[in-house]
Ligand binder design. Sequence first.
Ligand SMILES: [Zn+2]
Ligand SMILES: [Zn+2]
Length: 67
Amino acid sequence: MDQEPPKTPWICHVCDESGSGESLTCCNCFKVTCAQHLKHVTSLNPETGLYQLMPICLDCAIREALH
Ligand SMILES: [Zn+2]
Ligand SMILES: [Zn+2]
């Protein structure tokens, strides 16, 4: 019998949509976010001096845009 990897249900904190399997987490607020509400922005890593793609949720994206 094949053993399936355990599926962890998650709920997007923006739209309350639930999903299972691999969850996406915002790197800013660490909340679980669905693919539609998570976007990748380039952000400068002060430690390496290199630009990295950071997954951030819609909430944080709006918050940063308001700054
Ligand atoms: Zn969502
Ligand atoms: Zn966030």
